[in-house]
Each structure stands twice: as structure tokens, then as C-alpha cells.
Design a protein around this ligand. Structure first.
Ligand code: NBG
Length: 808
């Protein structure tokens, strides 16, 4: 410990230039982070050296998003320094909690897809699998959400780098040049062969910023490499000298926009263009980095598929396919067949959605303007692919049109999911149901052609961050009871099964939940000034705000309960005390999602201040839901809301985090809920709602949402109360679009599932009344869900997609 204190003080004094008694919390945080990272550095260097000495096949995880969460605690835990750090800071009289809270998490993702990528790289490091994560170093991550006094979402920039970035290692001397625009020309090479040549018109530099990805106490640290864009020419000195400063730096500003913000609003054509630039920028950097920077000199590229598999995280990195082809054809002089034989074995594709509008289609006009050579290559891939389709299904031109990589409607565009499916060795969905729907519906033509390409890997979450780090009271109980093997082998949770029938264990389990609620109450009071009731059922709905996820259904349940109490139909004393907590950001351009946020906030304001309900119901919506907030709230939850319309949620991963933290699920038969229910059993899960085939049948027959309003008095009263302006100071217009949509559109069948949901909530209330039985169910949920570790997901990727060579 003395050595650690010494090192910390050196970082503080000589690194930050601050004596202890004059140092700010930020100085302390930066110094502590740098001290801890020194300890990981040896692992990082050794891991790299070991892999160079004995190379195996590597995973290149290509993802436009990584939602990493805070690094300091993760680093101390994985390096085994946690205790020393506690003792050292205490000895110096420093407030460790305050120092930790100083860290701004890198919010380089929107939601589940980005968080999944972070869980996966954690697992691969812990399993000592050779992996490099590639992505974008956005200068501004997902916006910081604030609520106006009125209850509306407003967005502030997330300047996560402003106070220093102690975890990153920029490497400007390994910058990569990325080119855009221009045209393509034909020429004959020395041997007289006709060739194509791209003559780009502008370029940027990609600067790698490396992050360590430490495994859990195993001496391994993998790398996450995020690319930042920089102008190739800083500014024009002549123009600068003539006095036009803005014009002098214009090129620089333009180039650097590429990595400026995560997913800029893409409803404007400029926004969309920037997004495609981002996608190409980071995959071009990554592939060059690997092929020209990582492979040994003189490497025979025909063997590339034995050395690397690039996993495409959704369609965002799919432009990597024509980029690798271009590299092989134009820069390595290969013939088409040879290049394709390589490129068609280097990629695998994961699809994360079922919403058709979420499958990217890039207008050919845009691709041609930005990446003309790539568009040519895409056309050629398509030509050869469609020839294969015609051979296989002669005379079926409709099928050819459906399957084409180029879509014609509403405008001519490149269907990135089709391109990915054609080139990938494997295509996977992220839960059983989702993979089945991919095969049977979204990509059914492709599954008919290549059934063996399609597979499933159900998502998982890392137990290190989501149990060990964020739920110390449960972690300690687990470790005291079954040892600490569960941290690396979550199947060991099964040993808890018999303890569900042990009254003493149940009491300790409940105590852990109580202390998590107290911790949450403490944080809420300190950070939001909101006092939480200590013993209410904590009913949690945290996820991106989207209509298909149906936050509105949850609102209708809350309003129904409230309406029952204020109308006198139900006595508050008969209502299970509940604390409903929401966490959700709405995409800045998504109107309806923002209206729903507004409604939730209004409902909270009114209910929380209505004396008639005697505090039995409280609604809290902390702003800016992110990984840090998730880690604080999830351990305190009793009930997990997973209420998407069946057939719409690809998997969900919050559902897994909540189950593993001892919450019971109320959910539809959707995504990974299906598998959770199978594992925990019907008695320990509150199922409701239509199944996917029932949804399809109802929609086919013609869905009339207002009919439910007419025939269900409780639903009518809830909607009328909202429509009356009760929650909006009498303003009916403010809720008009939500009410109108529910009655006359209701794309995600909220109205149709309402009664079934209310009934299931009544079963929740009844079950919660028996606290001991509830604890038993919660323990069984934990005991039976070891399957949802991201370590298991990684084993499945290895077995079904990447091949065992990545393992050591
Ligand atoms: C999300 C799905 C979730 C799924 C995660 C991770 C996106 C675009 N998709 O259901 O909505 O769990 O991906 O696979 O974030």
C-alpha cells in the first residue's frame, strides 16, 4: 500500500502539478486513474507480446458504438487493486466515492447495441481470446438529457473529454489516411490488364486512440481502438495571413466533423451523409490498421481468413466488405475471384433489430458521390450474387428483386443488410425468437438459399460490471455462500437453487435488496434532492424510449392505479405501495418518443403531489439514464418491465441484468424474455400479452384500437383522465398527439395488450404481498440465469461463428 500511495502522490504532484492539500477532486481522479493504469500496463504489453510470439486467429469487433461505463472501478476490480485503492485513499484522507463520481463515462453509444459491445470485449479479455475492438472516438457522445421545468426533454452536448481522458492512449504516429469522393477511371497496367483506379477528391487522417480492456484478474489486457478524425492539412497559411481566419480552418473543421458527434441527427440529408462518412471512416481505418499495421510484413493475404474474423455489429460497419475488396483488388492487384474468396470468409454479421425501418439503406447517389469505387464493387458483388440466385431459382424474377443488394424503392439504394448477408460466413440474431423471425421473415429468401449461414447467439451481460461492481451486497452474499467462482463462471449460480428453500438465506437475500434500496435512496437524495420511500415495490423500466418498447403501456397502468384511488373505487390502503422508476432517452428527432417523456414527467409531477393517494404510488424519472445510472438503480429493483410488443424486441439485455440482480420480470413473449421465462419457470415470471403469431393475425384481420377504448371501462377512464388535461394543468392539446395515436393508430398494440397487462400487474401485487415467497422466486431467478453471462455468449460465438482458433 505504501508503494501505491507513493505512486499516487507522484502522479498528483508531477503528473497533475498539484500538491495534495491544494488538489481538486479532478486532480485526484486523474492521478488515481493514471496510477491504476500503470498497474495494467504490464499486462497490456505482455498480452501483446505473447500474441505476437504465438499468433492465433483474432476477432476484429467492428462496432460504431461502445457504451463502456465508468472505467476506474472496473480497472481497480479487474486488476485486483480495489482494496489497496480503498486503503490508500482513506490513509490520505480522500473521499473515494467523490473521486469515483468525478469520472464522466464515455457515452459512445445509444443503447443496447453499444452496451452489448462493451460486455463482449470484457468477456473476451476475461476469457483470454485475442480480440481488438474497433470503433469511433466521438468527441461528443450521446447527449446529456435534461428536463425542462415543464417536463420536456432537452439535449445538452456531452463533453466527456473536457476534464481529461486518463484512459486513452492516442497514437498520432500510427495515423491512417482515409479518402473520399472523386471518381473512378479505367487504365491498363504494365501487363496490359484492364484495371480500375479510384481518384479521390478529399481525405482525412484517422488517429488511433487505444484503450486497455482488462480481463478479470487474469493478467490479460486486450485493446479497444477508437478512431478520431483529423484534417490532413491543419490550415491554409496564405488565407490565414490574408486575414480570413474562418476560411483558413474550414477544411480542418470539415474533416474533423466526422468524429465530432455520435449519430448526428440523420433526418437531414447532411446528417445522413455525415453518418455514412463516419461508417466508412472507422472501418477503412480499422481494416488498413489490421492489414497494413498488424499483420507481419509479406503476409500472404490468401491466408487472411485464418488470421482474422471481422464481426459486423449491425449494418453500421458493413461498408467494410467493399473496402476489403477494394484493398485486395486495387492495392494488392488481385483478381476478382481470388479477392472474393478471401473477403467472403472474413466477415460475420449480427443483426440487432426486427424493425424494417432500422435496416440501413444508403441511396446509391450518396454512395456514388462519397465512395464511387465502392459502389462499383457493390454492383459487381450484386451481379454475381443475382446470377447465383437465378441459377438456383430459375424464372423467379420477383425473388431476384426481393433479394437484390440494390433496392429500387422509394429511391435506388444499397441494402446494407443484404450486402452483409451475402458476404458473411454467418448471420446471427441475438435471441432464439429473433433469430427465428430473421430466418422466417426478415431474411427468409436468404435463409432459403443458405440455411447453414443462419444461426443464433442469445445475448449476454458481463457479471463483472453488472453484479460484482454494481451490486456489492448481492456479490458479497454470493461469494460468502458459493465462493467467488461465479464471477468468471456464472453457471455456478445454480448452486443457489436449494437455498431458495432456506429461510435464513432468504432473509439475507432480502437484506441485500433492502440495502440496495437504501443506497439508491441515498444517491437520489444527494443527486436529485428526491426522497424515495424505503419499502415500496421498486418497479423499473429502463431502456431507450421507443414506441415498440411501450413505455406508454406502463403509463397506462400507473394512471389506472391512480385513477382507481382518486375516484374512490379503490382504497389507497389496498394498493401495494409502488415506486415506478423510468430511465430513457429519446432520439432528438423522434417526436412521439419525446411526447411520451413529457407525459411521464407530467404524470409524475401530479401523482407525487396528490395527497389523496397517501404516498402509495410514486413515479420517478431521473434524467440522463446511462450506464452509471443503470448500475445504481438496477440492483434495487423488484420488478423488471419488459413489455415490448411481441416480435419487436430483438433480445433486450436490461432484462438479463435485472433478473441477475434478483428482480422478477413482467413481460411479453418477446426477445430474450422467452428464454428467461423458460429458465426461471412460469411460476417465477409474470407473462402477459399476445404472442407474435397472435399479433400478426390481429394485424392481418384489421386492428381497431378505439374498440378497446369503447369496450373497456378502466382503459376508457385512464385515457379520459389523460385526455382531460388532468396531468397538464388543463391543457388538452399538450397530450393530444398521444391520445390520438393510441385511439386511431397504435402501431404497437398498446390498447390490445392493456387488459392482459393490468391483470398481470394484479398478480404481481398479490405475489408481492407474500414477501417470503417473493424472495424465493427472486433467488430462483438468480440461480437459473447464469446462462445470460456474456462469457457464455462469447463461447457460442466461438463455437458457432468464429472457430476455436481464436481461443488459447
Ligand atoms: C438493440 C435491440 C435490443 C438488443 C440489443 C443488443 C439496437 C439498435 N438494438 O433488443 O433493440 O438487446 O440491440 O443486441 O440498439
Amino acid at each position: 500500500m505504501d508503494a501505491f500511495i507513493q505512486e499516487f502522490l507522484e502522479e498528483l504532484n508531477f503528473g497533475q502539478g498539484a500538491p495534495l492539500d491544494r488538489s481538486t477532486v479532478n486532480h485526484q481522479y486523474l492521478a488515481l486513474a493514471r496510477t491504476v493504469r500503470q498497474y495494467l500496463m504490464a499486462d497490456w504489453l505482455e498480452t501483446a507480446a505473447r500474441r505476437r510470439a504465438r499468433p492465433t486467429k483474432m476477432v476484429g469487433y467492428l462496432s460504431a458504438e461502445y457504451l463502456l461505463g465508468r472505467q476506474l472501478v472496473n480497472a481497480t476490480l479487474n486488476s485486483g487493486l480495489a482494496e489497496i485503492v480503498e486503503q490508500a485513499t482513506a490513509a490520505l484522507g480522500l473521499d473515494l466515492a467523490e473521486i469515483r463520481a468525478q469520472e464522466v463515462e464515455p457515452g459512445l453509444g445509444n443503447g443496447g447495441l453499444g452496451r452489448l459491445a462493451a460486455c463482449f470485449i470484457d468477456s473476451l479479455a476475461t476469457m483470454n481470446v485475442s480480440c481488438i475492438g474497433y470503433g469511433i472516438r466521438y468527441e461528443y457522445g450521446i447527449f446529456r438529457q435534461v428536463f425542462t421545468p415543464d417536463g420536456r426533454q432537452s439535449e445538452a452536448p456531452d463533453s466527456w473529454l473536457a476534464l481529461g481522458a486518463p484512459w486513452e492512449f492516442p497514437n498520432p504516429d500510427r495515423a491512417v489516411l482515409v479518402e473520399f469522393g472523386g471518381h473512378v477511371e479505367g487504365y491498363s497496367d504494365e501487363s496490359g490488364r484492364r484495371r480500375r483506379r479510384w481518384v479521390p477528391s478529399w481525405n482525412v487522417l484517422g488517429i488511433p486512440h487505444n484503450y486497455m480492456v482488462p480481463g478479470y484478474r487474469n493478467g490479460v489486457a486486450n485493446t479497444l481502438r477508437l478512431w478520431g478524425a483529423e484534417a490532413t492539412r491543419a490550415f491554409d497559411l496564405d488565407i490565414f495571413n490574408s486575414g480570413d481566419y474562418a476560411e483558413a480552418v474550414r477544411a480542418q473543421t470539415f474533416a474533423e466533423n466526422i468524429s465530432k458527434v455520435l449519430y448526428p441527427e440523420d433526418s437531414t440529408p447532411q446528417g445522413r451523409e455525415l453518418r455514412l462518412q463516419q461508417q466508412y471512416f472507422f472501418v477503412a481505418c480499422s481494416i488498413k490498421d489490421y492489414v497494413q499495421g498488424t499483420l507481419p510484413e509479406g503476409f500472404d493475404l490468401a491466408k487472411l481468413p485464418d488470421q482474422i474474423i471481422f464481426q459486423l455489429n449491425d449494418t453500421h460497419p458493413v461498408i467494410a466488405i467493399p473496402e476489403l475488396m477494394r484493398l485486395l483488388l486495387d492495392e494488392h492487384d488481385m483478381e476478382w475471384e481470388d479477392a472474393w474468396a478471401i473477403a467472403s470468409r472474413c466477415f460475420a454479421y449480427t443483426c440487432h433489430t426486427l424493425l424494417p425501418e432500422a435496416l440501413e439503406v444508403w441511396p446509391t447517389e450518396l454512395v456514388g458521390r462519397l465512395l464511387p469505387r465502392h459502389l462499383e464493387i457493390i454492383y459487381q458483388i450484386n451481379e454475381q450474387f443475382l446470377a447465383q440466385v437465378r441459377e438456383r431459382f430459375p424464372g423467379d424474377e420477383l425473388r431476384v428483386r426481393r433479394m437484390s443488394i440494390i433496392g429500387e424503392f422509394p429511391e435506388k439504394g444499397v441494402r446494407m443488410a443484404h450486402l452483409a448477408t451475402v458476404a458473411a460466413t454467418k448471420v446471427n440474431g441475438v435471441a432464439e425468437l429473433h433469430s427465428q423471425l430473421l430466418r422466417d421473415k426478415v431474411l427468409s429468401d436468404f435463409a432459403a438459399m443458405w440455411p447453414e449461414k443462419f444461426t443464433n447467439v442469445t445475448n449476454g451481460v458481463t457479471p463483472r460490471r453488472f453484479i460484482r461492481m454494481s451490486n456489492p451486497s448481492l456479490s458479497n452474499l454470493l461469494t460468502e455462500t458459493i465462493g467467488d467462482g461465479w464471477i468468471r463462471d456464472l453457471d455456478q449460480l445454480a448452486q443457489l437453487e436449494p437455498l431458495a428453500d432456506d429461510a435464513a438465506f432468504r432473509e439475507r437475500f432480502r437484506q441485500a435488496k433492502r440495502s440496495n434500496k437504501e443506497r439508491l435512496a441515498h444517491i437520489s437524495e444527494r443527486q436529485l434532492g428526491i426522497q424515495l420511500p424505503p419499502h415500496h415495490l421498486v418497479d423499473l423500466m429502463v431502456k431507450r424510449l421507443h414506441e415498440y418498447k411501450r413505455q406508454l403501456l406502463k403509463v397506462l397502468h400507473i394512471v389506472t392505479t391512480y385513477e382507481g384511488m382518486i375516484s374512490g373505487a379503490v382504497s389507497p390502503a389496498d394498493v401495494t405501495p409502488r415506486l415506478a422508476i423510468f430511465g430513457a432517452k429519446a432520439a432528438p428527432g423522434y417526436y412521439m418518443a419525446k411526447e411520451i417523456i413529457y407525459l411521464i414527467n407530467r404524470v409524475a409531477m401530479v401523482i407525487n403531489n396528490d395527497p389523496r393517494i397517501d404516498g402509495r404510488l410514486m413515479v420517478v424519472f431521473p434524467p440522463n439514464y446511462n450506464v452509471t445510472v443503470a448500475q445504481a438503480i438496477i440492483p434495487a429493483a423488484d420488478l423488471s418491465e419488459q413489455i415490448s410488443l411481441a416480435g419487436k424486441e430483438a433480445s433486450g439485455t436490461g432484462n438479463m441484468k435485472l433478473t441477475l440482480n434478483g428482480a422478477l420480470t413482467i413481460g411479453t413473449d418477446d426477445g430474450a424474455n422467452v428464454e428467461i421465462r423458460k429458465l426461471v419457470g412460469d411460476d417465477n415470471f409474470f407473462l402477459f400479452g399476445m404472442t407474435e403469431p397472435e399479433v400478426a393475425a390481429l394485424q392481418a384481420q384489421g386492428y381497431v384500437p378505439s374498440a378497446y377504448y369503447e369496450s373497456n371501462p378502466a382503459l376508457k377512464r385512464a385515457i379520459d383522465l389523460i385526455a382531460s388535461g388532468h396531468f397538464t394543468e388543463g391543457n388538452r392539446e399538450a397530450v393530444g398527439s398521444i391520445v390520438g395515436d393510441l385511439l386511431y393508430n397504435d402501431r404497437f398494440l398498446v390498447m390490445a395488450d392493456y387488459q392482459s397487462y393490468i391483470d398481470a400487474q394484479a398478480r404481481v401485487d398479490a405475489a408481492y404481498a407474500d414477501q417470503d415467497a417473493w424472495a424465493r422466486s427472486a433467488i430462483l431467478n438468480v440461480a437459473r440465469c447464469g446462462f445470460f453471462s456474456s462469457d457464455r455468449a462469447m463461447r457460442d460465438y466461438i463455437d458457432r461463428i468464429w472457430g476455436a482458433e481464436v481461443r488459447r
